[in-house]
Design a protein. Structure first.
Ligand code: PA5
Length: 459
């Protein structure tokens, strides 16, 4: 087994940065981390089983084969939100590439375009729907609960269009939801609509390597076995009780220790446009899992580290001034690609102009890499901790390994913070108020709360 990603923690530690962490500090947590990993393996949160659950992959492959790998369709559209969408976007952008939907059918080797409708902004939704030939489009409605207003509303909009055109919903809808519960499961069973199961014990933000993310991945021609192999690589490193050889544990501990030192913000800065959506996926994972009011003993703790995304080199000209000289409240993770698919050479022109001549004959690859190294070093000089996640290349295995490492890391961080990383009670109030504002039966009391309790300041 050869890992496709590796972590460079150099600028997290003293003496590379002053006031950095020390090896002794890490070693002093050795027993605790071992205990945490033992606990995680014993409790086995649902996501831990995902790479080893053959049914996950087999069900997706069987359905894809039934649909001839969607080659009869021009467009494959995911309708979902949060954990039922962000992983799909990250897989498409990183592995299909940012121009996938602009490629010709030949360029896509006959596979459909992949869209993810993860909002109810009417302009956004219309901008996608209006460009589809509905006869050649298949929609994958994804919702674990089957009750999320955004996903359900988009499902109803789409179904309305399909029916108004006299098309057979069974040829244009696939449902991905809980195996037993929820209205989507009922609809799928009663109407004999093809469906896939989200393992009941796997929460939304941990579900990208289940049918949630795998169906749109296979529809885009991706090798889902290799994605899972990457996840297995990550899992094999979790078995390593030596924290210095266990990236998920070490990175969780590094983030935890810096959090206790006031680094309330975790920036993920991708030096790859293709990996930028992974930072979006990470934002949900880190925020929703770790931002909690109560610890597991019921004490009010209000913990969590705010995840922020940034893009290098673009945001060097937007954010780095703040990161270097503003409040020292961040730990920065750079996503770095060692081997890009393309090499873009800069021609040797303007050799008589010093301010341009140094670029001639080099490549954009060298420039981007130099910029990342320079940014990391300058942050370190300013006593700002930062680390690299280095992808040997962008491929299914490296992405699968990254995803699973971060899922493991989040579970470990949850234990370090002594909170439940797998619930999201803070999202509930907003959901209930929305139901009430939209007139859902049984939720009218929330509308009264909203209307009565606010003193307005409208200017
Ligand atoms: O991580 C989570 O559980 C959430 O972010 C969900 O993914 C999100 O709310 C969508 O839920 P559902 O899949 O039930 O529609």
């Amino acid at each position: 087994m050869l890992e496709k990603i590796r972590f460079d923690f150099s600028f997290v530690f003293s003496p590379n940065i002053s006031d950095g962490l020390t090896e002794d500090e890490i070693n002093s947590y050795s027993e605790k981390i071992t205990r945490i990993i033992d606990e995680i393996e014993a409790d086995a949160p649902g996501f831990l089983e995902v790479p080893f659950d053959k049914r996950n992959i087999d069900s997706v492959k069987e359905l894809a084969a039934k649909y001839r790998y969607f080659k009869d369709y021009d467009d494959f559209v995911v309708l979902g939100i949060g954990g039922s969408a962000l992983g799909n976007i990250a897989l498409r952008d990183s592995l299909n590439g940012l121009d996938w939907n602009r490629l010709s059918r030949d360029g896509r080797k006959g596979f459909p375009r992949i869209h993810v409708v993860d909002n109810v902004d009417p302009d956004f939704v219309s901008s996608i729907l209006k460009n589809l030939d509905m006869k050649k489009t298949i929609f994958n409605v994804i919702s674990k609960s089957g009750s999320t207003a955004e996903a359900m509303a988009n499902y109803m909009v789409v179904r309305g269009i399909i029916e108004s055109l006299g098309l057979d919903v069974r040829k244009h809808l696939i449902i991905t939801t809980d195996p037993e519960n929820g209205v989507l499961r009922k609809i799928a069973s009663e109407e004999n609509i093809d469906s896939l199961e989200i393992p009941p014990r796997v929460g939304g933000r941990f579900s990208v390597l289940t049918p949630v993310g795998l169906l749109s991945a296979i529809a885009g021609g991706l090798n889902i076995d290799a994605l899972i192999d990457g996840a297995k690589n990550a899992y094999s490193l979790l078995k390593e009780r030596n924290i210095w050889k266990n990236p998920a544990a070490l990175n969780a501990l590094v983030h935890y220790l810096y959090y206790t030192r006031g680094k309330n913000i975790s920036v993920m800065m991708s030096y790859s446009n293709r990996l930028y959506s992974l930072a979006d996926w990470y934002r949900q994972l880190w925020a929703e899992s770790l931002g909690k009011k109560y610890d597991i003993n019921g004490n009010e703790v209000n913990v969590g580290q705010t995840p922020v995304k940034a893009l290098g080199a673009t945001d060097q000209h937007s954010q780095i001034q703040l990161y270097n000289e503003g409040p020292n409240d961040k730990i920065v993770t750079f996503l770095v690609v060692r081997k890009f698919d393309n090499t873009v050479k800069i021609p040797k022109i303007h050799e008589d102009i010093d301010s341009l001549a140094y670029l001639g004959g080099k490549s954009l690859n060298e420039l981007l890499s130099s910029e990342q190294r320079a940014t990391a070093y300058s942050l370190a000089q300013n006593n700002r901790p930062n680390l690299n996640v280095e992808f040997s290349e962008i491929c299914e295995e490296s992405i699968g390994e990254f995803i699973f490492t971060y899922e493991l890391q989040t579970a470990i961080m949850g234990k370090l913070l002594n909170i439940n990383a797998f619930d999201q009670p803070g999202v509930e109030m907003g959901k209930k108020l929305t139901y009430s504002l939209m007139g859902r039966k049984g939720y009218s009391q929330f509308k009264e709360i909203l209307e009565k309790s606010i003193k307005k300041y409208i200017v």
